[in-house]
Design a protein around this ligand. Structure first.
Ligand SMILES: *Cc1c(COP(=O)(O)O)cnc(C)c1O
Length: 399
């Protein structure tokens, strides 16, 4: 099988009921059985090709999960109703009261809030660390630690988790390595470095249309089956099921992901270099000034570039707000959270997606209140887009 994530998806065969080149959409909540025995059996164990109830599994969701599992080179996948559902189900499945997690401190705001505010209610403690500091990770491992959690490329500072090194710690202490790869599908293949669980918010690049919220958990067959176990699975019992009609539409969008990622990356590289040349402090793993530029070159599938997210520091919250409003007026894109859309999206993480992280902790992470994060779009004329950004920067006296 090809080692390329896009080619792996393209090798997938899924025909429609009448030989359609798209698989049929299974628009149903429940499934008929021709024998009593078969139904009883399905309550006991998963039977390949047999379906029971759509909260458990639906053929359309199965197709989508299979495509993403192929992309991530993991055995199986469970699609979920959101990225947060993927994260919370995974953690609830792996951890029990008394367990501990070591997590990167620069994670998605919702993830941070879940670890910090929600899990303690169930007696699960999270130690937040600077994920680029391998010694710091080691120092937080105890005999209660169950998992190390990180984002391959972090939000919003674009720090890169050295998955090879983190895997070594996991091996030493028998821990699960859980990686959120939302920022870098195809660009990073966490399974190659031994990630046990690879999570995505499909809401972002993978769907790419900003028209729905969805998620996925890619892992071993055993883990995914445990997630949807009728008697004890978090995905089955907490019930974050994705609707099959939506799963079908995401499956169609995934087919262009490789082309989109290349274009997002190409455009982001262009903008990052241009902004840096104007004298701004720019965060982008494709820049030589990025502290982990060498690691990015080792770890990334460079055919897909360095992904499409970058950030720059506007100094203060006021300047950040001013320049973003101007960029919206100048049609650079939309002032909106989220990422992976065909248009450029921008927001100031300190006051939106990362606002769950207390201000003093943001400061310690190196997150300036004037940070502006851009998810660069698929613009065909990126030079024009840059000229517009430049005009806005000049009008706000940032250059
Ligand atoms: C958006 C996002 C999530 C949460 O996903 P939802 O689909 O919004 O629930 C998790 N991790 C990262 C890195 C994200 O960007």
């Amino acid at each position: 099988m090809s080692q390329d994530p896009a080619s792996r998806i393209q090798d997938m065969l899924a025909f429609g009921e009448f030989g359609g080149v798209n698989p049929s959409i299974e628009d149903t909540s429940t499934f008929t059985f021709l024998s009593v025995d078969k139904m009883e059996e399905l309550f006991e164990r998963e039977v390949e090709g047999c379906f029971l109830y759509s909260r458990h599994m639906n053929p359309t969701n199965h197709y989508l999960g299979s495509a993403i599992a192929l992309m991530e080179d993991k055995e199986y996948a469970q699609v979920t109703a959101s990225g947060m559902a993927a994260i919370t189900s995974t953690i609830m499945q792996i951890c029990k009261a008394g367990d501990e997690i070591v997590s990167s401190r620069t994670v998605y705001g919702g993830t941070y809030a879940f670890f910090k505010n929600f899990l303690p209610k169930f007696g699960i403690k999270t130690h937040f660390v600077n994920i680029v500091d391998i010694e710091a990770i080691k120092s937080k491992i105890t005999d209660k630690t169950k998992a190390i959690y990180c984002e391959s490329v972090s939000n919003p500072l674009l720090e890169i988790a050295d998955l090879k090194e983190i895997r070594k710690i996991c091996d030493e202490h028998n821990l699960q390595l859980i990686v959120d790869n939302t920022f870098s599908p195809m660009v990073v293949s966490p399974a190659k470095y031994g990630a046990d669980v690879v999570i995505h918010s499909l809401t972002k690049y993978i769907n790419g249309s900003s028209d729905c919220v969805a998620g996925v958990i890619c892992a071993s067959r055993d883990f995914v089956l445990s997630l949807r176990d009728v008697h004890s699975g978090a995905a089955m019992l907490l019930g974050p099921v994705l609707d099959s009609i939506r799963a079908a539409s995401i499956l169609k969008n995934i087919r262009t992901l490789h082309i989109r990622m290349k274009q997002h990356s190409k455009n982001a590289m262009y903008i990052a270099e241009k902004l840096e040349a104007l004298g701004l402090n720019v965060f982008y793993p494709g820049l030589k000034s990025h502290p982990q530029y060498n690691l990015a070159n080792e770890m990334f599938n460079l055919e897909y570039g360095y992904s499409g997210i970058l950030a720059f520091d506007a100094g203060t919250e006021e300047k950040a707000n001013e320049v973003m409003m101007k960029m919206q007026e100048e049609l650079v894109g939309y002032f909106a959270v989220s990422l992976g859309f065909y248009k450029t999206l921008f927001s100031s993480p300190g006051h939106s997606t990362s606002s769950e992280i207390p201000e003093d902790e943001q400061k310690e992470m190196g997150m300036s209140p004037g940070l502006v994060r851009l998810s660069i779009g698929l613009d065909n004329d990126i030079e024009r887009s840059f000229e517009r950004i430049k005009k806005c920067l000049s009008e706000t006296e940032l250059i």
